[in-house]
Design a protein around this ligand. Structure first.
Ligand code: FE2
Ligand code: FE2
Length: 283
């Protein structure tokens, strides 16, 4: 699977970001919270892969690394724009973004192999979240079309490049017990840190949304989406566990058929005009 860098632009100027998701303000807040983690998170993935790029000799994997970096840089740019608009609409995106930046900068001080193990653990998360979003369209169906397209694009490209960082890790770490223990323990630690950070960040995003008094019904709907049959949480439990198989590989779960929709989406948004100039990406 060779990922393709697509320079897509999503004009969010007229989107009510507090209410963009048809499932209500809390799912909007949840996905807005995820967006706060992306620009610096994706720069961290780029940083950790770049360190190993020269150690990779296979031309195919080298090209995949370049494409991975290109895709993550585009995602970072669009989510940066998204986050600026959250701030402009009265949400504390800049302050929360700085807190996330501090955590990520601390992670950059860890040994490089640990940084790579964190990257593949988080890429596992983005792959299973992306797959869930594509398999369960009710998560974004009926929502603002530009927002739906943006999230679909990100989910599709996360699927397309889901094995790149993993293959680099397998290449440089080998099939040793240490490689297995580092990879799996990183997932355990990252899961607790990541889910707590999301919950804490989302709580403050919700608190800052003073225009809307979140009712019991809003919370029940959100709880149903997370824990019910759609299973924003339940749906990721089994794929999460797969990571502990000693011979695990991201493409063991072959979902490449979902990528069929990417060209239509790309042609729709590649030419879309945007009212603001894109921000520079410090990748
Ligand atoms: Fe991404
Ligand atoms: Fe990614």
């Amino acid at each position: 699977m060779m990922p393709t860098r697509r320079d897509l632009k999503f004009d969010l100027a007229d989107v009510d970001l507090k209410r963009w998701n048809a499932n209500g303000p809390l799912l909007s807040a949840y996905m807005n919270t995820l967006s706060l983690f992306f620009p610096d998170g994706e720069r961290f993935f780029i940083h950790s892969l770049r360190h190993y790029r020269d150690q990779v000799t296979e031309p195919e994997l080298k090209k995949q690394i370049t494409a991975f970096i290109g895709q993550e840089a585009m995602h970072g740019r669009e989510h940066e724009e998204y986050n600026e608009r959250l701030e402009a609409q009265g949400l504390p995106a800049a302050k929360l973004g700085r807190e996330i930046f501090t955590i990520i900068e601390a992670a950059k001080k860890l040994p490089h192999d640990v940084q790579l193990s964190i990257t593949i653990a988080l890429e596992h998360f983005t792959a299973i979240y992306g797959d869930l979003l594509l398999r369960k369209p009710e998560i974004i169906d009926g929502s603002n079309p530009t927002m739906s397209a943006m999230w679909r694009w990100h989910a599709l490209e996360e699927t397309e490049h889901k094995a790149v960082a993993y293959d680099v890790y397998a290449k440089v770490m080998g099939k040793t017990l240490r490689a297995y223990l580092l990879r799996t323990s990183a997932l355990v630690v990252i899961t607790s840190v990541f889910l707590s950070a999301i919950a804490w960040t989302m709580a403050r995003m919700v608190k800052a949304d003073t225009e809307h008094r979140h009712s019991l019904r809003d919370w029940a709907k959100f709880g149903w989406l997370m824990l019910g049959p759609v299973g924003a949480l339940r749906g990721i439990a089994l794929p999460w566990l797969d990571y502990f198989k000693p011979g695990f590989h991201p493409w063991d779960h072959d979902n490449r058929h979902v990528l069929a929709q990417i060209d239509t989406l790309a042609s729709q948004y590649a030419a879309a005009p945007r009212k603001l100039e894109p921000m520079a990406v410090a990748a």
